[in-house]
Design a protein around this ligand. Structure first.
Ligand SMILES: Cc1cc2nc3c(=O)[nH]c(=O)nc-3n(C[C@H](O)[C@H](O)[C@H](O)COP(=O)(O)OP(=O)(O)OC[C@H]3O[C@@H](n4cnc5c(N)ncnc54)[C@H](O)[C@@H]3O)c2cc1C
Length: 214
């Protein structure tokens, strides 16, 4: 679900350039937000398929995902600030629960992906990340950083190559013959998020139960 939401946070460029820029400079942000939500339907033709459950679910995801972008855009426009594109590699554990941080403090988590095609400059990574957060206005210059924790996760992501489907099918077929069930991101070798990984674990448990009771 997280993946589904974070991959719908962007808005169409024309929404920003043609629609929003048409508002008077002192338009109230709430009026802009309400109009922008109504205008979304004109960007997503499939939103008209209201009898189709899959389409309805997709529009729900779009609304949830785009709302923070539209709200931030309307506010920034109203105070004369430029649009900032959503950044899906940022999260704020303190927003999830204030118990994640001491009283009066906040926290931000960022992801920096790298590969052999896009190497990581380890020595300066932390400083550059902090500087980017300041440039984006997420950290104020005067904010005091009390703790930085950088962790390298190896391997973090499943990489799809052209032989992915064939190779994964071969391995799973062999494992199944040995009556071994695999589950989760690396067990299925799919780009699964947390909720999908749990569903995958549940499906594996059900398959094992069905096998032992057969
Ligand atoms: C940077 C990053 C950000 C993410 N953000 C989100 C997010 O915002 N929302 C979301 O839903 N998902 C997110 N995910 C994805 C989520 O973390 C995974 O989908 C989920 O953790 C997969 O669960 P899993 O149980 O399949 O695998 P894992 O959580 O990776 O668990 C596998 C476990 O097996 C252990 N292990 C490996 N090999 C062995 C071995 N030989 N012997 C014993 N133990 C072993 C590992 O140490 C690990 O503890 C993110 C992932 C990354 C890397």
């Amino acid at each position: 679900m997280t993946f589904d939401v974070t991959h719908h946070t962007f808005i169409h460029e024309n929404m920003r350039k043609r629609f929003v820029d048409g508002f008077h400079y002192d338009a109230h942000p709430m009026g802009m937000l309400v109009s922008a939500i109504a205008a979304l339907g004109t960007f997503y033709d499939d939103a008209k398929d209201i009898k189709d459950k899959a389409s309805r679910d997709k529009q729900i995801l779009r609304l949830i995902a785009k709302m923070p972008t539209l709200a931030a855009m309307s506010f920034r426009f109203s105070v004369g600030l430029p649009f900032v594109y959503p950044n899906n590699s940022l999260s704020f554990p303190a927003n999830f629960s204030p118990r994640n941080v001491p009283d009066g403090k906040s926290s931000v988590s960022t992801e920096v992906a790298y590969s052999r095609h896009r190497p990581l400059e380890r020595d300066t990574m932390v400083e550059r990340t902090i500087e980017s957060l300041r440039t984006a206005g997420i950290l104020a210059r005067e904010d005091e950083i009390e703790l930085v924790h950088a962790e390298e996760i190896l391997p973090a992501y499943v990489i799809y190559d052209l032989a992915h489907g064939r190779n994964v099918a071969t391995i799973r077929e062999w494992l199944r013959e040995q009556r071994i069930w695999t589950a989760g991101r690396f067990g299925e070798w799919q780009y699964l998020n947390m909720d999908h990984s749990m569903a995958s674990g549940k499906a594996a448990a059900e398959a094992i139960l069905a096998d032992v009771s057969a």
